[in-house]
Structure formats: structure tokens, C-alpha cells
Design a protein. Structure first.
Length: 613
């Protein structure tokens, strides 16, 4: 504060001195007039000059009468008498000095330079504000200190196994000496692997919040630039920041953008000067160059671990992988408890019921579901969010937004109604299929003219060959109904056929469920191609078979699909009367619920144990 005070006093003293100097110069200029030599001669001839002081170049004197400006003293520059007489004879006003062009000449090259320098500084400041040219090699990591993280394990639900794995990392960051007591060390890197929306980033921030250490977060894509060497410089700067703040956590989101396998098809191309490859090499070097006992832990997240470079996953780098998978039913209940705390609920709403409606939903999906339900309740002016709002929100997320303004002619509506009832009829006639919850011919989403919603009663992780075949028959129920009723095909089954073909091809090439081709897999894991001795510079292929085997696979896929369609058509023909009756009812109401479908179709699905009968 004292230094600032002295600076202010000095500033005011200089300003005051400058003001006095300006006033002094102005006063002198006002007292002494600088007049042309010709005007001096005129004043002299008129007898108005009182006295004159003469030097070799200048004259200064006093006038008897003041000039129009009020000055009585004057100064002028002498001119050669001969030239003065000649100029005076021609009536030319002349002076004893030549107008200086120095100021104009200086401005002519200074002003453009000042203009361009000003633009340069302005652009530099704009670029610096967003990581400009001088900051291009600096890390763009967002640094969260202990007070900024504000996330703990209590905010993360449905991933208990992953939290248990990461609690050890938290304990190490809190008490590193305890883990070194017996000579052990923590892994340098922990890779969070899982589908999108399962909470990998949130889990990483929770680790920092629990450990109460700085958290440096950056995306893998932020390392890679068009300039060679920039990404590597950012990696070095990131680790320098982390070492300065240790103990700390470095979190690299979307690691696959940075750590894609070198030599992978469509990747870097293997060039020595490849920017992405140099960035990855620098990351590998930095991970080898620090000791985890210093209190530095690297967390990373990806949903595509199969394309990561094997060097990243070897021991000593990302040597621990934590699976953050889709939550099961109990996990979904825990996640819903977290998100429902911010919503005003009706008394009948229970998280267990909502969890039963959402198999396969991730944590992000459930958060979106709760928000959609709250918006639907707000739109209809309800005092609280009801269970019906959650049901409608599930349909909106799964099937898309209703398109009631999409008008179909009577014939198209008739085809769509029979198509959707075909799905429901087959699903309710086969054993072990998911219960049909609702059938509607109200268009939703993009291109969906109707929809049939099935809701699993439990989470499934394995499926038998028979279950896959029944799933294919349900998907082909719409096309079979069109064949039975109209005798021709339409484009409405395009998505169903795509899904059926994918299931059949998976049965043949991945699961070894083909009798003719045997228990052999024809698809290769990209990770095995990269890590094994047969890795090729051009990148891995997704299969390893010849033309003959490819033809056999295509034939077997077609045989499976055709067989499923034939069985489905037979089933629909047997139940055509119920199909027609239910389709007419659907045309009248546009939407049919499960209870009414059971009554109209007159069938209920048999237990799965009766599948072999």
C-alpha cells in the first residue's frame, strides 16, 4: 500500500509540472508574435516599429502599436535584401524560413506502423483470451481445487463396484505413506471403461472430491492440433502443472481421441511427423517419467477401449481398468433416488416402478427421463409429477416425439395397424418373450408410423439360440402380417429387417450358433489384432476369412432369416381372425394397452420353460 501511495504522489507531481510547462509555453507564445519578413517590412515602412534587435538570421523587437492578437513584441527571420526587393516588387508575401515537412514526413510512416501494431496487439489479446498464439503450447486443462469440485461418492449411484475400486485410490491420495509401508505402490493410471452416459466423468470428479486434491480435467481432443508438436507440448505442460500441485489427479476424458492405436486403419498413417502420434508418444513418456508415490494419479475415460494403443494399456501405465457399466435394476433405483430429490412427486410415484420400466437405461438416460417427466407435468399444469408422466416420458425417449400432424391415408393407416398388431400377436404367442406394454399407430420420431413397446420384466445378460430366434420372429411379425393380409410387401419393415439381419449375422459370425459352419467365430477383436504378432501396418480387419467362407456366411444368414419368417407367417395365419379383430380396434382407438391386447388377441405368453414344447 505504501508503494502504491508513493507512485500516486509521483504521478500527480509529474502531471502538475507538465501542466505548468504547457501554460508557460502558451504564455510565451501569446506574448511574442512570430511574423513574416514581408509584414515586418510593411510595419517598418509605416513607422510602427519601436526598436529591433538584429542577428545574422533573426530579428526581434517591439512595436509602437499592438498587433490584432494583442502582442507588442515580435520576431521574424531575415531574408536576403536583393531577393526581398524582387519579391516585394511582384507583390509576393515572403518569409525568412521554409516550412518544415519533417513532422508530416514522420507521420507518413509512423501512423501506418502504429495502426498495424495496434491491430497486432488487439488480435494478440483476443487470441490470448482463448488460448492464443503465445499460449498454443500450453495445456488447456480446467483446474478444479478442493472447493470447486463439490462432488463426492454420495452423488454417484448405481456403480457400487466401480466406487469400491476407486476408494483405494482415494485412500492412497490421502495417506500415501500407508500404502508404501510394505513396498506396494498404486497404479499410475486408472482407465474408466463403459458405454456413454454411465457416469465416468462424474465418477472421476467424485474421486477428486473425496480425496480433496486438485483435479485437472481435459479432453483428449484438446491435445491434437494441426501444428506438429503442439499436442506434445501441451502434454508436457499438463504434467508440469500436476507435479506443481501434487498430490493431484489428472483426468483425460475421451482418451481414444488421443490414444488411438498407431497403425490402426483410418488412423494416423504411421508418419514420423504425425502430430497425433507424437502427442501419444509424449503421453507414454510422461507416464513412464513420474513416480506414483509422488501423489499423482492419472484417470482416463473411454467408451472405445478396443481401439486404444496397446502401449497405453501395458503394466506401468494404465494398468488398472474399471468397468462402469449400465446399471442393473437396483442401480437404477439408486440413481433415481438421486435425481428425484429435485422433483415434486405425486404420492403414487415409486423409484422401483420407474426402474422396472427402464431396462438398459444409463445414468444420463435416467436423468433425462426425470427431466422429461417434470416437463410433461408442467406442460399440462399438474401440481406434481405422476407415474403417467414417467410412462409418457419413457415412450418419448424410446420412440420419439408424437407427430399427430403427419396425416396418413386410410390404406396406409390400415397397413400400419396390421403391421403393429402383427408384432404384438407374435410376441404374445411365443414363450419367453418380453410382455407387450402398448401398441400405437400414432407416428413418432423420424419415419416411425407406429410402434409396439415391449418391457422386459428383468435384466438379461445371456440369451440362448432359441431366445434369439423368437426375438427375430417378433421383429418379423409386422412383415408376416402384411404378407398374410395383403399378399405384398411394403417399406414399413426396413428397420425390422436390419435388426433381424444383425441378429442372424451375429449368431453365425460371433456366437457360433450355425449348424453348417460350426462353433467358429468369424469376427476378430481389434485388440487382438493390435497386440498380437500378426498385427499388420495397414490396420486390422473385422474378419479373417476368404471369399468361399464369406459366401457360406451370407447363405447361412439368409437361411436363418427365411426360416424365422416362414415360421412367423405360419403363426400369423393361424391367428388371422384375432389379428383382424385387434387391428380394427386399433384403427378406432389409435392406442391399445396391455390389458386390452390380452382380451382382444385371446392369448398370453407362455413361460420360457415351455419353449421346447
Amino acid at each position: 500500500m505504501k508503494k502504491d501511495g508513493r507512485f500516486n504522489i509521483l504521478y500527480w507531481a509529474v502531471a502538475l509540472l507538465g501542466l505548468v510547462l504547457v501554460q508557460y509555453v502558451a504564455a510565451r507564445n501569446q506574448q511574442v508574435a512570430n511574423i513574416p519578413y514581408s509584414q515586418f517590412q510593411q510595419l517598418l515602412s509605416e513607422g510602427k516599429v519601436a526598436d529591433v534587435g538584429v542577428s545574422d538570421r533573426f530579428m526581434q523587437g517591439t512595436l509602437k502599436e499592438a498587433l490584432p492578437g494583442g502582442q507588442t513584441r515580435f520576431t521574424t527571420t531575415r531574408v536576403d535584401p536583393d531577393i526581398a526587393r524582387e519579391l516585394e516588387g511582384h507583390g509576393v508575401k515572403f518569409n525568412g524560413q521554409i516550412e518544415s515537412t519533417l513532422f508530416r514526413d514522420v507521420l507518413s510512416w509512423i501512423l501506418p506502423m502504429v495502426f498495424f501494431v495496434g491491430i497486432w496487439f488487439w488480435l494478440g489479446r483476443r487470441m490470448a483470451a482463448g488460448g492464443g498464439l503465445m499460449q498454443i503450447g500450453k495445456s488447456r486443462a480446467k483446474v478444479y481445487v478442493e472447493s470447486d469440485t463439490k462432488v463426492s461418492f454420495a452423488d454417484v449411484a448405481g456403480v457400487d463396484e466401480a466406487k469400491d475400486e476407486l476408494r483405494e485410490v482415494v485412500d492412497f491420495l490421502r495417506e500415501p505413506e500407508r500404502y508404501g509401508r510394505l513396498g506396494g505402490r498404486m497404479p499410475k493410471g486408472v482407465l474408466l471403461v463403459g458405454p456413454p452416459g454411465t457416469g465416468k466423468t462424474l465418477l472421476a470428479r467424485a474421486v477428486a472430491g473425496e480425496a480433496k486434491v486438485p483435479f485437472l480435467s481435459i479432453s483428449g481432443a484438446e491435445f491434437v492440433e494441426m501444428f506438429v508438436g503442439v499436442g506434445a507440448a501441451r502434454v508436457r505442460d499438463l504434467f508440469e502443472q500436476a507435479r506443481a500441485q501434487a498430490p493431484a489427479i489428472i483426468f483425460i476424458d475421451e482418451l481414444d481421441a488421443l490414444g488411438r492405436a498407431r497403425g490402426l486403419g483410418g488412423g494416423y498413417g504411421g508418419g514420423v511427423n504425425s502430430e497425433a502420434e507424437q502427442t501419444l508418444n509424449q503421453l507414454l513418456v510422461e507416464m513412464d517419467g513420474f513416480d506414483s508415490r509422488a501423489g499423482l494419479i492419472i484417470l482416463a475415460a473411454t467408451n472405445r477401449p478396443e481401439i486404444l494403443d496397446p502401449a497405453l494399456l501395458r503394466a506401468g501405465r494404465f494398468d488398472r481398468q474399471v468397468l462402469v457399466d449400465r446399471p442393473d435394476r437396483a442401480g437404477r433405483v439408486q440413481i433415481l433416488h438421486v435425481h428425484l430429490r429435485r422433483v415434486k412427486l405425486a404420492p403414487e410415484v415409486e423409484p422401483e416402478k420407474i426402474a422396472a420400466l427402464t431396462p438398459g437405461f444409463t445414468g444420463a438416460d435416467l436423468a433425462n427421463l426425470v427431466n422429461e417427466a417434470a416437463l410433461l407435468a408442467t406442460r399440462r399444469g399438474a401440481p406434481a409429477v405422476s407415474m403417467a408422466d414417467f410412462g409418457n416420458a419413457v415412450e418419448r425417449i424410446v420412440a420419439g416425439l408424437e407427430k399427430r400432424n403427419r396425416l396418413l391415408n386410410a390404406h396406409e393407416r390400415d397397413i400400419v395397424a396390421h403391421h403393429e398388431i402383427g408384432h404384438a400377436l407374435v410376441a404374445m404367442s411365443l414363450p419367453g418373450t418380453d410382455p407387450v406394454h402398448k401398441v400405437s399407430i400414432i407416428p413418432r420420431g423420424i419415419g416411425a408410423l407406429g410402434y409396439t413397446i415391449q418391457r422386459p420384466t428383468e435384466d438379461r445378460f445371456l440369451m440362448t439360440r432359441e431366445e434369439l430366434e423368437r426375438k427375430m420372429m417378433v421383429l418379423l411379425g409386422g412383415r408376416a402380417a402384411e404378407l398374410v393380409v395383403y399378399g405384398h410387401l411394403s417399406t414399413g419393415a426396413a428397420d425390422d429387417l436390419q435388426r433381424v439381419t444383425d441378429i442372424a449375422r451375429g449368431m453365425v459370425t460371433r456366437y457360433g450358433m450355425s449348424e453348417s459352419l460350426g462353433s467358429v467365430t468369424y469376427e476378430r477383436d481389434p485388440r487382438s489384432m493390435l497386440a498380437g504378432p500378426g498385427a499388420m501396418p495397414g490396420g486390422p480387419r473385422d474378419h479373417d476369412y476368404g471369399e468361399a467362407a464369406g459366401n457360406a456366411i451370407d447363405a447361412e444368414v439368409r437361411r436363418i432369416v427365411d426360416g424365422a419368417l416362414e415360421r412367423t407367417v405360419t403363426l400369423v395365419k393361424e391367428r388371422r381372425e384375432a389379428l383382424e379383430r385387434t387391428a380394427q380396434r386399433l384403427l378406432e382407438k389409435e392406442t391399445l394397452e396391455e390389458a386390452e391386447l390380452v382380451q382382444l388377441l385371446g392369448v398370453t405368453p407362455r413361460p420360457a420353460k415351455e419353449a421346447a414344447e
